[in-house]
Write a protein that binds this ligand. Structure first.
Ligand code: HEM
Ligand code: ISQ
Length: 148
């Protein structure tokens, strides 16, 4: 069975909750990434010159929001047509150029799922986490293809 309407609704609902507090959740997202992969700090132009994760950097917020927005869009695409296509043709090249490799995608996935757990609070469920995971995996597979 493909991505269901219920899964899409779970992702869309927690995306709305994420948007309610982007400053807090984007810092949390980067913090989870750097806990698992400290060296990733130097990959991001807006992280490499600061100690720790900057608490109020508009670039940081915009990038984190973009990633969550794309995973949300991936869920909508999976539900609508069963596959994920990229609208941004430069995305593969950017990630190759920054030195992104397969294990990084796992780190970002785990950080995203931990962030969603915080976002959802007592509304979190295994189904909710799974819906985000499937949407992320669909998007990550598409980006990795564009990288090869
Ligand atoms: C750049 C999305 C995975 C590291 C970008 C950009 C987008 C994007 C849209 C270019 C514009 C922007 O930053 O807003 C995504 C999505 C991912 C993903 C949707 C997973 C589904 C990763 C992974 C890494 C990574 C796994 C490595 C930890 C970077 C870096 C840049 C970048 C270093 C350049 C940022 C800068 O300007 O300094 N990504 N990305 N991305 N991505 Fe990703
Ligand atoms: C991956 N690519 C671009 C931006 C990002 C922001 C936060 C975490 C991962 C990211």
């Amino acid at each position: 069975m493909g991505f269901t309407e219920g899964q899409e609704a779970l992702v869309n609902g927690s995306w709305e909750a994420f948007k309610q507090n982007i400053p807090q959740y984007s810092v949390l997202f980067y913090t989870f990434i750097l806990e698992k992969a400290p060296a990733a700090k130097d990959m991001f132009s807006f992280l490499k010159d600061s100690a720790g994760v900057p608490q109020d950097d508009p670039r940081l917020k915009a990038h984190a929001e973009k990633v969550f927005e794309m995973v949300r869009d991936s869920a909508n695409q999976l539900r609508a047509k069963g596959e994920v296509t990229l609208t941004n043709a430069t995305l593969g090249g950017i990630h190759v150029q920054k030195g992104v490799a397969d294990p990084h995608f796992v780190v970002v996935k785990e950080a995203l799922l931990k962030t969603i757990k915080e976002v959802a609070g007592d509304k979190w469920s295994g189904e909710l986490g799974n819906a985000w995971e499937v949407a992320y995996d669909g998007l990550a597979t598409t980006i990795k293809k564009a990288m090869s």
